[in-house]
Design a protein around this ligand. Structure first.
Ligand SMILES: O=P(O)(O)OC[C@@]1(O)O[C@H](CO)[C@@H](O)[C@@H]1O
Ligand SMILES: [Mn+2]
Length: 448
């Protein structure tokens, strides 16, 4: 697939791991070869920890799995654990990114080999290939290991962590629910909930390598202080487009395509924003993943679980949660909230490749009044995980991807960024070395 105005220089994915370079080359895909980059830490440290935790948890829970899924499923655990252990060795010894037998992934591997390794697929290795490709491949191979079993094909190794992520944030969720139920739908309230959605993205199990993350405290009260950490706020464009669309075509249904990120507390904040958006739009389509992804990312099962959980007796100690969930259940039943599953979100592709890789999804997205992309991985895919100069216009970094006006709500957890005003990156860098990966800063960037 021809890459639209791809960065001219190759990714300089050298095959020499000794490369330690304080200045990352500009305009190339992030790779683990640069040891000072976050890609190296992720592949060298975090991903092996995540994989080991899955192996340990499966071994620890095999009796429980046997009780809930049957003896044969218990036997299947051994098959899956064996495959994951073998896979881990590939990663930690910098083996090639092996073909999986899946056409989409194998042709993408060939595409990367063509682009950066003179067509030699054996040279596409964990520490040399573009970070975005190998990190997505990591979760693809985990899912493939479960497909080797007969009874664990739809087992989600991250389900417990995602559910705990909500359970241990219930108090904060109840405070937010109180705010939603007691406030109007003024511009100020909508802006507040947009920013709550932005900071809900800090609750991310992938960054914590699966360690429990919870939102503590009242997020609405914290917003004032957090505003200093918003490096770019173009959200006014989002609100304007919704308002103008309402005036321009009062009879056309206004819809938002909401590309979700994490389950748990972040998903709860998304629902709170979506709840108030119902005063401005007719329908919200939530786009979810189809297989377990980056630990925390939301599947349809996570979407359904959260609303059911909030309606259940287990939340009876927080009646505001039950009340809100009943309202949200109503939106789902009336189809004003829909859940759209697409495999594309668990492909390795950057979004400027979507039109070629999944024209149907691209066409669906063009029909929305506005799109919202949540989180860091979506942002990385929006800008292609390329080391752009930070003041590269966001629109340029999208390289032609803009099926509809879009707003990205992202807390910074990977060392790539675009769309900042000139000089800002240097200012922040002087204050905080790991500003790009710590999650302490956020951006709300718009393109149309
Ligand atoms: O998309 P999210 O959930 O906001 O973040 C995804 C993430 O945790 O995974 C990658 C590192 O492993 C980074 O993109 C980021 O840190
Ligand atoms: Mn995520």
């Amino acid at each position: 697939m021809p890459e639209k105005n791809v960065p001219t220089s190759p990714p300089t994915c050298p095959t020499d791991l000794s490369l330690i370079d304080s200045t990352y080359p500009v305009g190339v895909p992030l790779t683990a070869t640069y040891r000072l980059g976050f890609a190296f830490k992720t592949i060298n440290l975090r991903l092996p920890v995540i994989l080991t935790k899955i192996i340990d948890q499966l071994s620890r829970d095999k009796n429980e799995i046997g009780e809930s899924c049957g003896q044969e499923a218990r036997d299947d655990v051994k098959i899956v654990v064996g495959a994951l252990a073998k896979f881990k060795n590939e990663m930690v010894t910098n083996k090639p990114i092996y073909k999986t037998g899946c056409k989409i992934w194998d042709s993408y591997l060939e595409h990367i080999a063509q682009l950066y390794f003179e067509g030699v697929v054996e040279d596409v290795k964990w520490y040399f290939a573009p970070w975005l490709h190998v990190e997505c491949y990591f979760y693809k191979r985990i899912h493939d290991a479960f497909q080797l079993s007969n009874h664990l094909k739809s087992f989600d190794p991250f389900r417990k962590q995602k559910e705990d992520g909500f359970e241990c944030s219930k108090k904060s969720s109840a405070q937010l629910a109180e705010y939603v139920l007691s406030s109007d739908s003024s511009d100020a309230v909508l802006q507040t909930l947009l920013e709550v959605g932005l900071w809900g993205n800090r609750c991310d199990l992938s960054l914590s390598s699966g360690e429990e993350v919870s939102q503590l405290g009242n997020l609405v009260d914290q917003l004032q202080g957090l505003r200093n950490f918003v490096l770019c706020d173009e959200s006014a464009n989002f609100w304007k487009i919704l308002k103008d669309a309402k005036t321009a075509n009062p009879d056309n249904p206004l819809t938002v395509g909401y590309v979700l990120d994490n389950a748990g507390f972040e998903l709860f904040t998304d629902f709170c924003l979506a709840d108030k958006l119902m005063d401005r739009v007719d329908r919200i389509d939530f786009y979810v993943k189809t297989t377990p992804w980056f630990i925390s990312d939301a599947l349809k099962t996570d979407f359904d679980w959260l609303i059911e959980r909030m309606c259940s007796g287990d939340c009876s100690d927080f009646p505001v949660l039950v009340k809100l969930a009943e309202r949200w259940k109503g939106y789902v039943l009336s189809k004003r909230w829909t859940v759209v599953e697409s495999e594309f979100w668990t492909y390795p592709h950057a979004y400027f490749e979507m039109q070629d890789a999944d024209p149907e999804l691209y066409s669906t997205l063009t029909k929305h009044t506005h799109l919202i992309f949540k989180g860091d991985l979506n942002y990385r895919k929006l800008i292609g995980d390329v080391s752009w100069k930070p003041d590269t216009p966001f629109k340029d970094a999208l390289r032609g991807f803009c099926p509809a006006p879009l707003l990205s709500l992202r807390t910074l957890k990977a060392d790539c960024i675009a769309g900042l005003r000139a000089g800002l990156a240097e200012e922040i860098e002087s204050k905080s070395q790991d500003w790009l990966v710590s999650g302490e800063y956020g951006i709300m960037q718009h393109a149309q």
